[in-house]
Write a protein that binds this ligand. Structure first.
Ligand code: ACO
Length: 405
């Protein structure tokens, strides 16, 4: 029994051993065959395949197939899967009316949490989580409809009409078209931007037992329906310590830019190191990576490609981000704590260059992570030994006492 391991028998007179592990720093909640992270080496594998190879050779729907089924698809499986997803990209027409209940200035993540939760009302024929066919159909519906819902949340906020999906386009191309086309003007899908969007989806598709995935598993463990469990994941992802970091990171860079730009980076970094300032370097640090996040490397490369394509090589925020990274890599504070850029550090700059508003960044993360959540949920439900998740606590409140009024 170490310092953090409490023998509950002594405390409560019960049998069994309990660990007290706030933040689950050293507690595995499940066994999994989906994603492997070597935080010291900075390695990420989906079903054994390195993220770098997937980002280079596959597209997002191949990655979805891999995460859901365990293997990459062959040519006919690929075609069949792509067709199946594309067939389900439209959402129930009533969802447009449901949407109207939201304020137009609501945060897209607030809207998305509601819309995904509402899918259990619109697609209630697929809500039995213990039925594999229901789960499979719900998986396809969620993967296919998330881009439509995210684009709808964007259009609604702008007061523009929704653009229906166009199924001759790729998954990423279709999303871009629903975002940027209008009934008056077509949108030309630029292959470099389309590839960058697809890569953002691949890099965010799964990341083992992070907060939102653990939330989905815990929520699903009660036997609730798949849409409700994924909505819980969306809600959890919203937080700035998790998926909301890309939004927070871009605000941080804009703020540095507003207050002096490159010349003020050093001063800002000093503030980050001062614990009393309450300022954190957003897009930096990770619970598992104690080396460079491999997704951040790929994202930096994508950032270069997109900015070059759009003639924005001199983007001041990109220059700022690279300066911040350079200072951090040489500064003892960051080196000793093994703080490196994470996936969110460059993804905001890419998305902003594409024309995606900052408020929508986390929604796009949710879109991409949906497949990971579903794969993890399926793995848990398919495990004959799975139990409802029910953490214990270490009670430190008042002892038994009588009510005396
Ligand atoms: N800026 C400055 N200092 C930091 C940062 C940061 N971004 N991250 C961690 N530290 C410091 C902490 O102050 C602490 O210092 P101390 O040992 O002197 O007290 C030490 O590094 C360890 O930090 P913890 O908060 O204990 O690390 P934890 O594993 O709990 O947190 C987290 C990980 C939440 C990602 C954290 O690094 C953070 O807040 N980063 C900024 C937000 C962010 O980018 N989140 C995205 C994560 S990736 C994702 O969700 C896709």
């Amino acid at each position: 029994i170490g310092p953090d391991v409490i023998d509950i028998r002594k405390l409560y007179g019960q049998t069994g051993m309990f660990t007290y592990d706030p933040g689950f720093l050293s507690t595995a909640s499940c066994q999994s065959t989906i994603t492997y992270i070597d935080g010291d080496k900075g390695e990420l594998l989906y079903r054994g395949h390195p993220i770098e190879q997937l980002a280079e050779q596959c597209d997002y729907l191949d990655t979805c197939y891999l995460l859901l089924k365990g293997e990459l698809p062959n040519a006919s499986q690929r075609d069949e899967f792509h067709q199946l997803v594309l067939k389900h990209t439209m959402v129930h027409e009533q969802m447009h009316f449901f949407m109207r209940g939201f304020r137009r200035d609501a945060h897209p993540m607030a809207v998305l949490t509601g819309l995904v939760g509402a899918m259990s009302a619109f697609y209630h024929e697929n809500t039995d989580i213990h039925n594999a066919e229901h789960r499979d159909r719900a998986a396809i519906q969620l993967i296919a409809k998330m881009p439509t819902l995210v684009a709808m949340a964007y259009k609604y906020g702008k007061g523009e009409p929704y653009m229906y999906p166009k199924n001759h386009l790729s998954y990423a191309g279709n999303f871009l078209n629903m975002m940027f086309a209008t009934p008056c003007e077509d949108y030309r899908v630029n292959p470099v931007i389309e590839r960058a969007m697809d890569r953002i989806f691949i890099l965010h598709a799964d990341h083992e037992q992070n907060a939102s995935t653990s939330t989905v598993r815990l929520c699903g463990s009660s036997g609730t329906n798949p849409f409700a469990a994924i909505a819980a994941g969306v809600a959890c992802l919203w937080g700035p310590a998790h998926g909301g970091a890309n939004e927070a990171c871009l605000h941080m860079l804009e703020d540095i830019q507003k207050h002096g730009g490159l010349a003020k980076v050093g001063e800002f970094m000093e503030k980050v190191k001062d614990k009393n300032s309450g300022v954190r370097l957003m897009g930096f640090g990770h619970r598992v990576y104690k080396n460079y996040d491999p997704r951040a490397k790929l994202m930096q490369q994508t950032c270069n490609e997109v900015l070059t394509e759009l003639g924005l090589e001199k983007d001041p925020l990109f220059a700022l981000a690279k300066k911040v990274e350079q200072i951090a890599l040489e500064d003892d504070y960051f080196v000793q704590r093994k703080l490196y850029p994470n996936v969110d550090f460059y993804s905001g700059i890419v998305q902003r260059a594409i024309g995606i508003p900052v408020k929508l960044f986390t929604g796009i993360f949710a879109l991409a992570r949906t497949v990971g959540w579903i794969a993890q949920l399926n793995e848990m439900i398919g495990d004959p030994e799975y139990k409802i998740g029910r953490p214990r606590q270490l009670y430190v409140g008042a002892p038994r006492r009588d009510v005396k009024l």
